[in-house]
Ligand binder design. Sequence first.
Ligand code: PXL
Length: 279
Amino acid sequence: MKKAVTIQDISCFGKCSLTVALPIISAMGIETAVIPTAVLSTHTGSGFSGYTFRDLTGDIPQIASHWQKMGLGFDAVYTGYLGSPAQVKIVSDFFDTFGTKDNFIVVDPVMGDSGKLYAGLTDELKVGMRELCSKADYIIPNMTEASFLLDIPYSEKNNEEQTRTTLRRLAELGCRYPVLTGVRWNDEEQGAAAYDPENDKFYYSFGRHIDRHMHGTGDIFASVFTGAVTLGKTLQQALDLSVKFTADCIEATLPEADELWYGTCFELCLGKLIEDIKN
Ligand code: PXL
């Protein structure tokens, strides 16, 4: 059985990070180990205030050292939200220990959305995330995170040429394949783009744009993408599966008025995902 490990926080309520990655990657038939970086009572997004935050930075090296003694290995290492620059360094050490020539590393440099840093995160994290991206096979920033990584202005909409330039510059951070989410060239469509610098080849996938911000969609996308690559899908197939699943989840959430403000109802679409990965 394929094995992945995902390193990110547990937001106990609010559907993001580990509570999204674990069910999605597991549903794709992949054993999913977890390293929680912090436990929060809710995520830090709009609508929640007064959340608790227990930092688990000190536990990460201990978990890694136990796993190393056991000789554990993973087909994929996938990191998401990291609460502090100190965690970035520890995760970077984890890559050195658990990264091999046969497995791959996915870094989702979770830092913000709609042009803004998430609450509680600092500019120092941007520097750390750049370094982490240099060690990754795949990085999956949204447009906001790409602007932080590259120190360029954020723009919600752009065109194909700008997307290509951004991807080329993301590749210069040192990763093997940059994947950009939240790509919008017009009002009707939204999707993702990827770049293979070795062959100077671009990949795109688009779905219907729904003009509604939903929380956790970046984590949903990155989880499906990681699962798809773990299963041996091509870059184009992984993009298509992730864009389609994310769009399906957004559509499924629209009627769920009680949940719309804090999370995305990915649970309603897992059955479809399991079918889609068979193709
Ligand atoms: O979905 C990204 C994310 C992950 N973890 C925490 C967050 C957020 C976004 O706000 O607050 C704790």
